[in-house]
Design a protein around this ligand. Structure first.
Ligand SMILES: C[S@@+](CC[C@H](N)C(=O)[O-])C[C@H]1O[C@@H](n2cnc3c(N)ncnc32)[C@H](O)[C@@H]1O
Length: 344
């Protein structure tokens, strides 16, 4: 009995504290409460019948342990409720794979998501506490630079580039609603246009010191066009900093038929809007990420596998633990070198 009381006195506050970020009505906390109640009740009964007996305590302990085991299942189910992935590449024969970016696959989805994405993503574990800080840190100082923000979305990065003292900032995106929101967010301090990463850009060459692109190029199947365009608009020694899905993370989400190659997949996003939105995407292996950058004439200077910032630990300890041990995104840094300019 004493053992049970001490265990509950330690475990109950700890469990309550750990569960706060998920809400105290979340299923695994409620299941644990029931298990703990059973444990206390069993211990009380056994103590009254035969003081000192530990049989009921052991049974209740087992119930508690199984409830805790069930927690991981509930956690996994929670993840599935937030994002559900299907790979539709059908052994790479899917028509959308061979269309070669004639239709921007993610346009419809981002038109639906734009307002919710703008309102929520800065407080999302994956964006606000992981990818955003990693990109800012890799980009470094932009003071006095001319910067192109490719796939700027609702303009978070564009806003920060302006605030960081960039001399000129141009943002583009395929989604007209995203561009409208970005304009509202940043005002006239940046130039915005609707453009497709998969098509040549209506911009002169050799005009930017830096091209940044945050989680946008993933939605393009053939990277040769956007990378050639980034290379063309950058001046000599210009820099490219872009974030993409890490192949390990996206392999786990999309479960494509093969870890090699590029595969068209769809992900159901349930965390932004009331109704789930199907977001088409591409799974891309490591060589499919690195080689196009080299072939476009860039010299890779750094690959950074992003990790969440410390602030996430208190806000969402489960995501913090998960994303600290398994990569979701990576930031690639590359430069245009004089040697590569001579070849192009
Ligand atoms: C995950 S959001 C990232 C937005 C922004 N960079 C940020 O970090 O908040 C992806 C963005 O890529 C844009 N996008 C998708 N396909 C595109 C394409 N083919 N050309 C230009 N933008 C595209 C979407 O409209 C969306 O705004």
């Amino acid at each position: 009995m004493a053992y049970t009381v001490v265990t509950l006195a330690i475990y109950l506050p700890l469990e309550t504290y750990a569960s706060i970020p998920y809400g105290l009505t979340n299923p695994f906390y409620l299941v644990d409460l029931v298990a703990m109640g059973l444990m206390a009740w069993g211990a009380w009964r056994s103590w009254r019948a035969r003081p000192g007996s530990s049989v009921s305590v052991m049974i209740a302990g087992c119930a508690w342990a199984s409830a805790n085991g069930g927690r991981w299942r509930i956690d996994a189910a929670r993840d599935r409720r937030t994002r559900t992935a299907y790979c539709h590449c059908n052994g790479c024969q899917d028509k959308r794979m061979t269309d070669n970016d004639d239709i921007p696959i993610a346009l419809e989805a981002y038109e639906k998501l734009a307002h919710a994405y703008s309102a929520k993503s800065e407080t999302k574990a994956e964006n606000g506490y992981n990818e955003h800080p990693a990109m800012r840190s890799c980009i470094g100082s932009v003071d006095g630079l001319a910067v192109l923000d490719a796939g700027c979305g609702p303009g978070f990065l564009t806003r920060d580039l302006v605030a960081g003292g960039a001399r000129r900032v141009v943002g583009f995106d395929i989604s007209p609603t995203m561009i409208e929101i970005a304009r509202e967010r940043v005002g006239n301090d940046a130039e915005f246009m609707i453009a497709d990463l998969a098509k040549p850009l209506d911009l002169p060459g050799d005009v930017f010191d830096l091209v940044v692109s945050s989680l946008a190029i993933d939605y393009v199947r053939d990277w040769s066009v956007p990378l050639a365009e980034f290379h063309r608009v950058l001046s000599d020694n210009g820099r490219l900093v872009m974030s993409v899905q890490h192949p390990m993370g996206s392999y786990q989400w999309f479960q494509p038929p093969s870890a090699f190659g590029v595969h068209y997949c769809e992900t159901e996003w349930k965390g932004f809007t009331d109704e789930p939105v199907v977001v088409p995407d591409y799974y891309r292996s490591f060589e499919e990420i690195i080689n196009p950058i080299i072939k476009a004439g860039f010299t890779l200077t750094n690959i950074h596998e992003t990790r969440p910032v410390d602030a996430l630990r208190a806000i969402d300890p489960r995501k913090y633990a998960k994303n600290s041990t398994f990569p979701t995104f990576m930031v690639l840094e590359a430069v245009v070198s004089s040697a590569s300019l001579a070849r192009h």
